[in-house]
Design a protein around this ligand. Structure first.
Ligand code: DQA
Length: 150
């Protein structure tokens, strides 16, 4: 039976505010890889794993909420979510993750626990399947590997 677009082999990779600036945004913290570089790495890795990745970025909270709903409607295998600063503020994202039946892996390039105090709390961590942070672009790759164990 064809699974069509609603295959559980698709992993949504959702990126929040300011991540469009990766590569030039505080590279000493976030590294020199652009989001396009990271997307290329993930596409290669997904190909090896027999997965598809759907990689998106928005500076708008509501887009991320809509895309979490879409991941559920499409029966995605998982969502890899770097919500950027919304990690520390967004009840809407907490509610969206809670509402959907798709595991969400929280990722960060930096290690928020080692940074300013306002970054120490993630509102999303309690409803995420797990969190990977502090490894730069590798955080995303580790998260994509982790989708194989879900
Ligand atoms: C980030 C960490 C957040 O605290 C910050 O607001 C970001 C990026 C990271 O990937 O390290 O925008 O999510």
């Amino acid at each position: 039976m064809s699974q069509g677009k609603s295959t559980r082999k698709t992993v949504f990779v959702l990126n929040g505010p300011n991540l469009n600036l990766l590569g030039m945004r505080e590279p000493e913290i976030y590294g020199y890889d652009t989001l396009d570089d990271i997307a290329g790495q993930l596409e290669d890795q997904a190909h090896e794993l027999g997965l598809e990745v759907d990689i998106r970025q928005s500076n708008h909270e509501g887009h991320l909420v809509d895309w979490l709903h879409e991941a559920a409607a499409d029966k995605a295998l998982a969502v890899i979510l770097n919500a950027g600063a919304f990690t520390h503020t967004s009840i809407a994202l907490y509610d969206a993750i809670s509402a959907i039946d798709v595991p969400v892996i929280e990722v960060h390039l930096s290690n928020p626990a080692a940074r300013e105090e306002f970054r120490h709390k993630s509102l999303l961590a309690p409803v995420a399947k797990g969190t990977i942070c502090g490894f730069g672009a590798l955080s995303y790759q580790l998260a994509l590997d982790a989708t194989q164990k879900l």
